[in-house]
Design a protein around this ligand. Structure first.
Ligand code: SAH
Ligand code: SF4
Length: 425
């Protein structure tokens, strides 16, 4: 992994937050919104949205496709954050764009780095309208030896109230737009210096070398149920996988669903990404409790949708996620039931040690219990990796997102203010 952070001012913030790096810049859009001006956000935009911004800037139709390609290249391949960097576009057009549009990303409120290298960003989306205060979401980057995975959010909060998930305890504020989902990838690539043809290292970061991607994989496993925000997720995936820009492979994008069975065929047909299904139980009685959506789409219906998932094969297996909850779903009998249930499906099973959060009603299964469970599944012919919890110290692991955001935000602001006072050099 060549992308790395150059030294940034570090702040000592105690045990809970091992490292909080500085954060917060007032984006042009935020400034514009505060002043009551609208500013069209192009970072994260689809090709159609770029074309419409160009039309508004007076570009004649015959020229528009060519201009869209130029903007696309600068925004998504080069990571441009400023119109003035776009050297092959004439000044009058750049001025017209700069007047109406912005290349600002979601605002980084705080960045935390775990002892294991996992990074979590608390991001604020700009207000969508005058009374909107702007939504906040979290996004996590997990570096591994052979890949770098970005875990993105699709909604602010989640309506589905799975009993083991902290995100589910928040009321839904709103769906994210496609641009806000793509914006998470842009922020990560900015911070990791990960644009292949980067115009310049940003914020003192070192760009990665050609062909070396810090963000190689994206999983929709952050806040929210992606299939409850289908169109935005689909459009975001189209931007992420466009070969002239962010160029992520569809096989390296995984959409995780708690089981919105009727939308799964559409996901396969329109997005062609990998599928992960949060199963967590082998009978409807238990799954009704853990994943209340099961009352609407019970296990049989869910597995039927899995059987018909377009593009699934032994070479492209779907993942079943199974959170290990002590004394709830972790017996050998349940491991055998799981194997029977998934018979004939091109599947792998991801065992996730439960990540606790303040006030959570469950405990994580013991290590021996998880190992025994994993062995039964493995002996039945399924890959059954136990997902190593990453970033637990910064509450960045599955199901912990947003847990400490309120506290963190207050804290990060305080630290930032302090650092601004101290660091005026
Ligand atoms: N809403 C989607 C995607 C986001 S949740 C879904 O439910 O699939 C991503 C994964 O984290 C899901 O498999 C979810 O079940 C799991 N998860 C949620 N809370 C967790 C917790 N406290 N510990 C471990 N995994 C958790
Ligand atoms: Fe929502 Fe997924 Fe959490 Fe369930 S596990 S509450 S669907 S984010």
């Amino acid at each position: 992994m060549a992308g790395r952070l150059a030294p940034v001012r570090q702040l000592s913030v105690g045990r809970l937050f091992p490292r909080v790096l500085e954060a917060r810049d007032m984006t042009p859009a935020a400034t514009a919104a505060a002043e009551g001006r609208a500013s069209v956000r192009l970072a994260g935009a689809t090709r159609a949205e770029l074309a419409s911004a160009l039309a508004d800037a007076g570009v004649p139709e015959r020229e528009r496709n060519m201009r869209v390609s130029q903007l696309w290249h600068w925004i998504y391949h080069r990571g441009a954050r400023d119109f003035s960097a776009m050297r092959n576009i004439a000044r009058p057009l750049l001025d017209a764009l700069a007047e109406r549009c912005t290349l600002a990303r979601p605002e980084i409120v705080a960045e935390q780095v775990s002892a294991d290298g996992t990074r979590k960003w608390l991001l604020r989306m700009p207000p969508a309208h005058r009374r909107d205060k702007g939504a906040e979401i979290e996004c996590v980057y997990i570096p591994e030896s052979d890949r770098g995975t970005l875990c993105v959010s699709s909604q602010v909060g989640c309506t589905l109230n799975c009993t083991f998930c902290h995100t589910g305890t928040m009321p839904l504020v709103r769906n994210l737009t496609a641009a806000e989902i793509v914006g998470q990838v842009l922020v990560a690539r900015d911070r990791l210096g990960d644009f292949p043809g980067g115009v310049a290292p940003t914020d003192g970061l070192v760009p990665s070398g050609e062909g070396v991607r810090a963000v190689s994989n994206v999983v929709f496993m952050g806040m929210g149920e992606p299939l409850y925000n289908f169109e935005a997720v689909r459009d975001a995936i189209a931007v992420m996988t466009d070969g002239d820009g962010l160029s992520l492979s569809k096989r390296r994008i995984t959409v995780s669903t708690s089981g919105v069975a009727p939308e799964m065929a559409r996901l396969g047909a329109e997005c062609g990404t990998m599928l992960a299904v949060s199963l967590h139980a082998t009978n409807n009685r238990l799954r009704d409790t853990l994943v209340p959506l099961n009352r609407k789409y019970p296990i049989e219906e869910l597995l039927q949708a899995c059987r018909f998932y377009p593009g699934a094969s032994n070479a492209r297996r779907m993942t079943f996620e199974y959170v290990m909850l002590k004394g709830i779903n972790d017996t050998p009998a349940e491991a055998r039931a799981l194997v029977r249930l998934l018979k004939g499906l091109p599947a792998k099973i991801n065992l996730i040690p439960f990540n606790p959060w303040p006030g959570s009603p469950y405990e994580c299964s013991d290590w021996e219990t998880i190992e025994r469970f994993s062995e039964i599944v493995f002996n039945a012919g399924y890959a059954s990796p136990v997902r190593t919890p990453r970033g637990r110290d910064i509450l960045a692991a599955c199901g912990q997102l947003k847990s400490e955001s309120e506290k963190l935000r207050a804290r990060a602001r305080m630290m930032l203010e302090e650092s601004l006072v101290v660091g005026q050099d």
